[in-house]
Design a protein around this ligand. Sequence first.
Ligand code: CUA
Length: 324
Amino acid sequence: MRRAAAALTILPLGGCEGVQSVLDPAGRDAQVLSDLFWVMLIGAVILWVALNGLIFFVTRIAPQPLSRKGAEALIIGGGIVFPTVVLAGLLIYALSEMPKQRAEGEGLTLRVTGHQYWWRVEYWPDGAEAPVVSANEVRLPTGQRSEIKLNAERVIHSFWIPTLGGKTDMIPGRETRMSLEPEKPGVYRGQCTEFCGESHAYMAFGAVVMTPEAFDDWLAREARDAMTPETETERRGREVFLAEGCGGCHRVRGTAASGNVGPDLTHLAGRTTLAAGILPMSHAALRDWIADPAAFKPGVEMPAYDHLAERDLDALATYLMSLE
Ligand code: CUA
């Protein structure tokens, strides 16, 4: 019994750490939310212990009737004044933290759009005329508050990076916004938090926080056209990619593939995950994904390419893995 109880306690505590935990903040906004959580939790524990102590005291240790005056003072003091003061204090504290969370970004703007079950991510540095387009990964620099504009293509999604801040809904036809101020470089994880269809749970993304210098280098690389194939297999893979019509949906800048329906693949292999946070970025995973995407993500819009010969599938994955 005791062991089972310990195991059951450890299970939920496992969620208190790691790349997707609100209790492991890596940014200013998440820190505020985490502080708020601890203040509420510790306050609630103190109240619970005090109240139960009082009940125990008056029923078991010193049971005696209160005078009418004493009872009235207890009801007015404990039932009206005390909760009003405590709740007003908490309200003022929580409201005072809100303007910072709603503050406008300075400099970098991201435009993220929720699709069926992936994310289009555009980076608009200060003064840029055209965005750097990517997908399924959000990269942010430390040391500044970045503005994030949110849109959705067809149904409501919700954008959430628990280690960095709160969540905001993405609504078709109505742009919403939020801002984030990351503080600790690292690789985290975001997740769609509004039910959007059968693969809602498989709609995640990598969230990477970088130092400003590393971020600028990365963005400059990301803005470039795709690498040119260097080996025979990579060239063969690009031929397969273009011949199979992948370019009808996907864009690889610098090639004839200019589709705008699916994720931009120009620098696919530079991302931390494949298929919006659900597979590792590897040759084997790419092969399996292309052959049968629905096996990993029910309801996905990408068709299966299981008719490809093994050799072509291999070459295609090799080519895509070269797109760093
Ligand atoms: Cu997108 Cu849930």
